[in-house]
Design a protein around this ligand. Sequence first.
Ligand code: SF4
Length: 250
Amino acid sequence: MVLDSIRVSELQRAMSCELSFFYSRTRKVEFKSVAMLMGSLVHKCLQDYFQTVLDGGNRADWGVMNSLLEQYFDHDKDGVDFSKVSELQARETAKHYLFTYHQKRCRLLYPLSVERQFKVKVKQGDRELVISGIIDLITTSMNIIDYKTTSSVSSWTQGRADAELQSALYPYLAKTHNLEIAGFEYDVFSGKDLKIYPVEFNMRKVTDAVRFAFRLQDTLENYPESLLSSKSKFVCNCCNWKDECDKRRI
Ligand code: SF4
């Protein structure tokens, strides 16, 4: 497989399990879980909400957010597996997520850019790779905000926030577009809780991630069979491929 570009979220996944990344590029996801629906609804609604604010709309208006949610839910619910959580429960949960965020956070954030994509071409010897990422929100105080939805905020810790890649690569990507970022925060929220984890920029993490990306590029091109034996920090429980994974059958 030729790897000429990779998204930050894909890189994060590949660092946990390279095989999972390989599957995501070569197989079609046949199902959509409720958790996947929640993540995409929250991102779409907050994108439109902050874009409305950026265009001069009323930031206090929960009604705007609520009607966005109804629209997107009806549009995105097809194909979602509602066997464990009913459609009604999922709709209520999404509403709680967004209501919590709207009450506790939205009014304090002044958007400068919303869901903007950044790309940078990196080089190593004669190899090249494009790394890209979509930054959820950059505020006028030059803070990057990355939304994380979860069923349990307590499963998140500062250690986990420090280990995530976005806090290193997003400021790096923004800097290559002449945006000097002042801070980075993960906004982790569920139905009623919100926790904010600030993370300091760490250039070492960027260097390590880029080195890993080139190693992955080499593996996929020259030794794809080694993916089955590679050691990784398994994240099988939340993996889309856990039921059909060849590595788990070995
Ligand atoms: S099920 Fe586990 S080993 Fe298999 S691709 Fe997913 S994370 Fe990797």
